[in-house]
Write a protein that binds this ligand. Sequence first.
Ligand SMILES: [Zn+2]
Length: 279
Amino acid sequence: MSGAVLGSFEISLIRDSIYWWDGGAFFGVVPKTLWSRKIPADELNRIPAAFNSYLIRTGEHQILIETGGGDKMDARARERMKLPPEPEPLPAAIARHGFDPEAIDIVINSHLHWDHCGGNTILTGETARPAFPRARYFAPRGEWEHAHERLIRDSVSYIDANYDPLVESGRMTLVDGDCEIAPGVRMRRAPGHNRDMTVVTAESAGRTFCFLSDLVPTSAHLQPSWVAAFDLYPLQAIETKTEWLRAAAEGDWLCGFAHDVEVDFARIVAHPKTTFALG
Ligand SMILES: [Zn+2]
């Protein structure tokens, strides 16, 4: 279990599981000779990536950021990612980390790619029911609209059973732009990975935690030009990443990565060669 106290907030990392994904997809135009020094690839060029969720306990609310990969991939897809054949439901993983999944009353999806909202719902036969029955779910409206455009480039990233049943039943609120979800906890638009992805900030007693989502998927992506091949707007991703990491360094923020397998919480510092580095 890994946690941090931030003012009156307690923040915990739930590392749901590790999956293996093509290293080239994660690092775009960065040569493999460079990125593989940071994260070595296996014989199929895959690197390990985590499904990281963060639980913020504010005293008033228990807020879950992201819900991991979920249970909607078939056996072949799971095998390709070196995932166990049967998924562990996210509430069980949360309980295994020592927390009560039933107490979660807010779930935030930074965006709606399958690896960030897969555990929103649990499939029973054909029916996807909410994994967190007490919770109100939040996601960016632009992401939900984009998911339904079914573009050739990225439709494979969206699985409607992760969010449509929640939207239809009124459990999911679609958020326009920046939005305070609970006192001190905000979704903030950070375009680049795609148009409407958000980062999530939590502020208490003058301290800030920032979940960087796919803007900085792992600590190996701190150098601004190291953006993933699946980013839809790489130039904008570089600009947005620089802005947010500068703010993180100047404000001495605590940061969380969506897919890092080792770093639970990070501080960011300026670096003469790579612009930013772990503090
Ligand atoms: Zn994504």
